[in-house]
Design a protein. Structure first.
Length: 184
């Protein structure tokens, strides 16, 4: 599978000793609410800024739809021991054949424990090995050193800067482009 799909995609269950990536569940509403209260996550993602139960359920349903419609995968990042959702990792298929884009966030109280690096590494490796992707790329705001560090630890290389590339409520911003390629 290297082209953008129109039909359902199988959802993986990926894990290591620290994290487990799995399909979002309605029982993960506390994680979505915590993300909505962060100052940064709602600005750069589809997480609603004001998240009651209805908005949280709607967000989770949109994550399920990503694989059902062939857009890609959105999985909950969970602590491997407790099963509690602490973040999100998304691998979306780009229009270019064999290219995926990765995104991720971890709720503030769970940061600094390696969840993001492990989730990005698992999802990227799976996409490159099992999905036939040749390239997984990420776009990071220039001042987001922590996110750039996650990508670097996961074998991504910085390729360049796209000026005035993304639009947020606060205005337009540049992004740094990182990529990891399938081993030849």
């Amino acid at each position: 599978m290297t082209d953008t799909q129109a039909g359902p995609l199988a959802e993986p269950l990926l894990k290591d000793a620290t994290v487990r990536l799995r399909r979002w569940a309605v029982t993960d509403l506390a994680c979505v609410r915590a993300a909505s209260e962060d100052t940064v996550i709602p600005e750069g993602t589809t997480v609603p800024r004001d998240c009651d139960d209805e908005a949280g359920r709607a967000w989770i349903a949109r994550q399920w739809a990503r694989s059902q419609t062939g857009q890609g995968w959105s999985l909950a990042v969970c602590d491997a021991h407790t099963g509690r959702a602490v973040g999100c990792v998304v691998l979306l298929l780009r229009p270019q054949k064999g290219v995926g884009g990765i995104g991720y966030w971890i709720v503030p109280e769970a940061r600094g424990r390696g969840y993001a690096s492990r989730a990005v590494n698992l999802m990227t490796g799976w996409g490159l090995r099992e999905c036939g992707l040749a390239r997984v790329e990420a776009w990071v705001e220039p001042d987001n050193d922590r996110s750039a560090g996650v990508l670097t630890r996961c074998g991504f290389e910085r390729e360049g800067r796209l000026r005035s590339f993304l639009t947020f409520s606060s205005g337009r911003t540049d992004v740094l482009v990182f990529s990891r390629l399938a081993e030849s």
